[in-house]
Design a protein around this ligand. Structure first.
Ligand code: GLA
Length: 371
């Protein structure tokens, strides 16, 4: 009420101009006939981000190089049908309620057994099949402040949706700084029953521009001394091992392609590992630095989360993306800030259960520059 009164007072001051919050535009309909909208966030430094209400999904992200030439650095599709099709491997979406894998789709909580969909044999992946949060249409509202422009998405997942307990209220906010090339994604959630939660963004980056042939030449540095080894179904063994002496040692920059061959014969067919981010979880700290030597574009990722899944796009299969461009094997990289996979079944991993009265919070910041 007070806020409202203050706003109307400001509006009476002659000559005071307000920057307008981004407007929603139609982005077509889902197969079920639900309207999908898209928001465009722009800043003075050359970044344009487009985010749609289906799955609170980052659709386009235009980023300048050192000469100011922009390229769209995320994979995606031109329309909702593309995102609903078989070729969509979680491009740009908000993944959850529990992103990554839950072993055999089973967990128990407060004495009850829960069974979830097996959609990545023999495990549960990225929250399920029909009503996982990447597939539903979120409510959205944009905002504008002195320093930033953004859009806030809300979705309330009913108790039992995709087999998970509790009514889970989620808010995902994309905030683009006006005077810096920083796009932040922040997550908040509350529940009325204890429930596991792990929200992340599943953008596929290629800093040369989506549709470029490979990401193997990108240089990657990960601020991670340890990782969680997995079995051949990509479920953690429960151990936390040092990266030292392995091909997962990215503590100093290496190209993605330099040592990937030794992972060809693993079930991940490349990098698809959860790394333990150095420092205190809950504090925003550096995760990764990715550089494309061709364009000079650099992406720096920071997070409050304990882990990051580094996935080298191994399961991309040449499907046609935006403008019909093919997206081949290893032509993009995901850096999914998150809790460790299968945390709900792993007693020595950081807690992933949200209790009533608590608030889940997660921030991930993507900072772009060019060299
Ligand atoms: C995650 C997983 C990968 C793969 C992709 C989606 O990053 O870790 O194994 O399933 O999502 O294709």
């Amino acid at each position: 009420m007070r806020k409202f009164a203050f706003l109307s007072l400001l509006l009476t001051i002659p000559g005071l101009a307000f920057a307008e919050a981004p407007q929603a535009k139609p982005f077509g309909k889902t197969a079920d006939g639900e309207a999908v909208e898209i928001y465009e966030l722009k800043n003075d430094k050359g970044i344009t981000a487009r985010i749609m209400t289906r799955g609170a999904t980052l659709v386009d992200l235009l980023v300048p190089d050192a000469n100011g030439k922009t390229a769209d650095v995320v994979l995606g599709f031109d329309d909702v049908a593309g995102y609903e099709g078989e070729d969509n491997q979680y491009f740009g979406c908000t993944a959850g309620r529990v992103a990554n894998r839950i072993a055999k789709g089973k967990f128990s909580l407060n004495g009850r057994e829960y069974t979830l969909a097996i959609n990545n044999e023999p495990n549960h992946l990225h929250g399920g099949v029909k009503r996982s949060i990447d597939k539903v249409v979120w409510k959205a509202a944009s905002f504008e402040t002195d320093n930033a422009t953004g859009v806030r998405f809300r979705y309330v997942s009913p108790h039992g949706e995709e087999g998970y307990p509790g009514t889970l209220s989620m808010v995902v906010t994309y905030t683009l700084k006006k005077s810096a090339n920083e796009l932040a994604v922040s997550y908040k959630a509350t529940t009325d029953q204890a429930t596991p939660i792990n929200l992340t963004n599943h953008s596929y980056f290629n800093l040369s521009g989506e549709g470029s042939e490979t990401v193997l030449d990108h240089e990657l540095q990960l601020f991670c001394d340890n990782y969680t080894p997995v079995d051949d179904t990509l479920i953690p063994t429960g151990k936390i091992d040092p990266v030292e002496g392995t091909v997962l040692d990215f503590r100093t920059p290496h190209t993605i392609g330099e040592r990937i061959k030794s992972l060809d014969d693993t079930s991940a067919i490349g990098y698809d590992h959860n790394f333990v981010v150095n420092g205190e979880m809950g504090e925003l700290r550096p995760v990764a630095r990715l550089k494309d030597p061709k364009s000079g574009r650099v992406l720096e990722v920071s997070t409050t989360e304990p882990g990051v899944q580094f996935y080298s796009g191994n399961f991309l299969k040449g499907q046609a993306g935006k403008g019909g461009k093919p997206y081949p094997h290893r032509s993009a990289i995901c850096l999914e800030t998150q809790h460790y996979p299968d945390s709900i079944n792993q007693p020595n991993f950081p807690e992933s259960v949200l209790e009533p009265g608590e608030t889940y919070r997660h921030t991930c910041v993507w900072k772009f520059s060019a060299e």
